[in-house]
Design a protein around this ligand. Structure first.
Ligand code: SF4
Length: 243
């Protein structure tokens, strides 16, 4: 339910008046916005899949497995959980040789670990039996696996193979819609809208930057608009309360 200015929230806080920045804004400049956000998140932990690649787990199979583990699981949990499995079984052949219970034990910290373990085992077996141990850089093939949607297929292809594809997770979805850069009621609609307007040079990078930006600055509840580096470009669509 929408609140008017100054109304009290359920938590008892007084909703802060919308800032002066709700006034005139600069024309949206994606190059300047990306430059500022890159600088703003420089000192916070990298998005999990990019961090995993930099730790030496950058194959398409490893990235896809890690992304499945990360679904509805925080980066703080999903990164060590992916490492727990991939250190033990770094290739599709290694994972296929495990049974589902062993995979489940390795990823037990992740949300929905049991179905994820079965999905990961099935992907490993198909990678070995159909593709000689590594997955093809083909989004349709990746999305044919149970548990893999556009978010994970695109992210894995981008991080592992540098294929320019946009991965819209909850942070990317929220932030680009708040900017007013696109308008998408769902991640799928937002992906389609971004594909029309976002320069291709940012298709992989946008996830890398907006995940930490969404976690630390443009948070789901009460974003930090008053100190946000892109306030003068952002239309703050749907923002009714901020810090
Ligand atoms: S923190 Fe506020 S000003 Fe910054 S991007 Fe998010 S909604 Fe816009």
């Amino acid at each position: 339910m929408r609140r008017r200015r100054g109304e009290t929230t359920k938590a008892g806080r007084s909703a802060k008046a919308i800032p002066a920045s709700k006034g005139p804004k600069l024309p949206f400049d994606i190059d300047e916005v990306m430059r500022r956000i890159r600088a703003a998140v420089r000192d916070v932990p990298d998005a999990a899949m990019f961090a995993l690649r930099d730790l030496g787990y950058g194959t398409l199979f490893q990235q896809l497995v890690a992304c499945i583990i990360s679904i509805r699981t925080t980066d703080e949990v999903s990164l060590p959980t992916a490492l727990a499995l991939l250190e033990q079984a770094p290739t599709a052949k290694d994972v296929a040789a495990l049974d589902v219970r062993e995979i489940d034990a390795a990823i037990r910290s992740a949300t929905f670990h049991a179905p994820k373990a079965a999905q990961i085992h099935a992907i490993a077996r198909r990678a070995v039996e159909e593709f000689g141990g590594e997955l093809p850089a083909d989004a349709d093939v990746l999305q044919s696996f149970a548990g893999v949607g556009p978010k994970c297929a695109n992210l894995a292809l981008g991080v592992a193979r540098h294929v320019p594809r946009i991965s819209v997770d909850v942070h990317v979805w929220r932030v680009v819609n708040r900017w007013g850069y696109v308008s998408g009621r769902t991640p799928e609609a937002t992906l389609a809208a971004l594909e029309r307007v976002l320069p291709k040079k940012y298709w992989i990078e946008i996830n890398r930057r907006l995940v930490p930006f969404g976690k630390h600055i443009c948070t789901g509840v009460r974003p930090k608009c008053s100190t946000c580096p892109v306030l003068e470009y952002c239309r703050q669509v749907g923002v009714t309360e901020h810090r």
